[in-house]
Design a protein around this ligand. Structure first.
Ligand code: GDP
Length: 367
């Protein structure tokens, strides 16, 4: 700025830049920048300590690391998760699914506030397979769960968008660990019945609740059998609109479920009606969950299910890591295209080509 008003070449000018002043002062407070820079680098210890002290800011920032795809963030996230793992696992994990508009978020708000008012600490997570593709999302577009969002005992986090459902699943599982280490005793995983998202949600929860509408009676045949089989409870929501119809739908679901073989955990799926508006059935919902937990903890199936879930994650991650390494190896990158062509031209069978690639891959990595 001074350069423009001072004629530096005019020795008679009264306006001079004093040499002694030296460098122009920075327009921003450098101490502040230094502090900001310093603040950015939070150590693993600080993250872990913050999470274990239920510091929500630390928890959120650690979740951001989990959600990031940058390798250095991932590395840090994995270290934090590993340290939090011994403190995790103590919550009740509940999956809640149903078509858009059935009332998932309203129900979560109704049940969730009941829980937080009675001293529970609730984390609400979501698995939304649409969030990456559309950059909007089925679950996240509306203003949701306003009361819970301002509730100090609740923590709401939208779905991670990881590009693939497998990626979202992994991140959500890791977020559950962090939330549990931060002291949340109840975790809701909300998902919309799109694609395989409910299968993924089911694979990480203890109890799975399906919300339905009364008019779905006609659709009983249409509803994916798989979802019915996964449900530990079905609630016919918006029951206050037409209580008789809701009861009728409930009894239709009950008789449909009675045809399914009995669960090995001894639990018979429960069907009831609810209204997130009037609160009717919301107590039943929680009582049912508690009953399920008590029963399966008593007969060992609660832990058995968690163990099975963990072992499935182990084999899934072995599979996905092997696949990724395989396709990214120089040998496969070099050979795959040629062999694809050979298969298409009937020069080699697909099985032999696959075997050659696999053998070649392992020979190359052992060199
Ligand atoms: P989601 O898409 O499954 O999360 O559904 P929402 O919770 O956003 O609810 C969809 C619409 O149904 C909203 O307009 C809610 O206000 C309404 N709704 C939710 N629960 C009830 C209920 O128990 N009774 C009635 N009449 N409407 C409800």
């Amino acid at each position: 700025m001074y350069d423009r008003i001072i004629d530096k070449d005019n020795p008679n000018s009264a306006l001079k830049v004093q040499e002694a002043i030296g460098e122009k002062p920075s327009p921003v407070n450098t101490n502040y920048i230094a502090r900001l820079k310093k603040r950015k680098v939070i150590s693993i210890d600080e993250y872990v300590e913050g999470i274990l002290n239920s510091d929500r800011v630390m928890l959120s920032q650690a979740i951001t690391l989990v959600e990031s795809n940058l390798p250095e963030h991932q590395l840090k996230a994995q270290k934090i998760i590993e340290r939090c793992l011994p403190y995790a696992g103590k919550s009740i994990r509940v999956g809640i699914t149903g078509v858009p508009g059935v009332g998932k978020s309203t129900t979560i708000e109704a049940l969730g506030t009941k829980l937080t008012h009675s001293g529970h600490k609730l984390a609400v997570l979501a698995i939304d397979p649409t969030s990456e593709k559309t950059k909007g999302s089925i679950l996240g577009d509306k203003t949701r769960m306003e009361e819970l969002a301002n509730d100090p005992n609740a923590f709401i986090r939208p779905s991670p968008s990881a590009g693939s459902l497998g990626g979202v699943a992994r991140k959500t599982r890791e977020i559950i660990i962090l939330c549990e280490a931060a002291g949340f005793d109840t975790v809701f995983v909300e998902t919309v019945g799109v694609g395989q998202s409910e299968v993924v949600a089911h694979s990480m929860v203890d109890f799975f609740l399906l919300l339905q509408l009364a008019n779905a009676g006609d659709e009983l045949q249409g509803i994916k059998r798989g979802i019915m089989e996964m449900a530990d409870a079905i609630s016919i929501n918006k029951a206050e609109l037409d209580p008789n119809r809701a009861e009728l739908a409930a009894s239709q679901y009950r008789s449909a479920l009675s045809l399914f073989p009995e669960n090995e955990n001894g639990w018979k799926p429960v069907v009831f009606t609810s209204s997130a508006y009037t609160g009717r059935g919301i107590d039943t919902m929680w009582e049912t969950i508690m009953e399920y937990v008590a029963k399966t903890k008593a007969n060992g199936h609660f832990h058995k299910k968690r163990n099975e879930q963990n072992l499935r994650i182990l084999s899934e991650s072995i599979n996905s890591t092997l696949t990724e390494r395989f396709y990214n190896s120089d040998f496969i990158i070099e050979r795959l295209e040629q062999l694809k062509e050979d298969v298409l031209n009937d020069k080699v069978s697909a099985y032999i080509a696959a075997q050659e690639l696999i053998d070649g891959y392992f020979e190359n990595i052992s060199k």
